[in-house]
Ligand binder design. Structure first.
Ligand code: PRT
Length: 95
């Protein structure tokens, strides 16, 4: 059964293989910095999660965590790693 994360991942992957005008995801994939652009975004978003956790309200923490997960999915798609691999990893870690 697919959920919203699968749906968003699927759009992200499509933006990688079929770049779209005006698309944020395509702009990351086609950035002159290459892979470094998404790595930079992940670093920024992780910092924003930390700041939100220290000072923010629940809504802000949720929003920053969503940004971090979104950019992590862009990284996974860039490496052709399906979201299912992450699910499998969590299954494997279950005690
Ligand atoms: N879930 C998201 C999503 N979350 C966050 N963002 C974008 O990620 C960026 C977050 O970066 P920042 O918070 O640093 O804000 P910013 O200053 O605008 O970013 P930069 O200019 O520094 O890159 C913002 O531009 C947000 O709009 C997202 N953009 C797209 N999606 C999903 O991805 C799909 C494809 O989007 P497009 O590629 O734009 O068609 C959409 O249908 C959505 O489902």
């Amino acid at each position: 059964m697919s959920d919203v994360l699968d749906e968003v991942y699927s759009v992200i992957y499509d933006r990688k293989v079929n770049p779209k005008e005006g698309s944020y995801v395509s702009s990351i994939y086609n950035h002159r910095k290459g892979l470094d652009k998404v790595l930079e975004k992940i670093g920024e978003e992780a910092t924003e999660v930390i700041i939100a956790a220290k000072n923010g309200k629940e809504e802000e923490i949720v929003s920053e965590c969503a940004d971090l997960i979104f950019h992590t999915m862009i990284l996974l798609a860039s490496k052709d790693i399906p979201l299912a691999k992450i699910r499998e990893e969590f299954e494997r870690r279950k005690k």
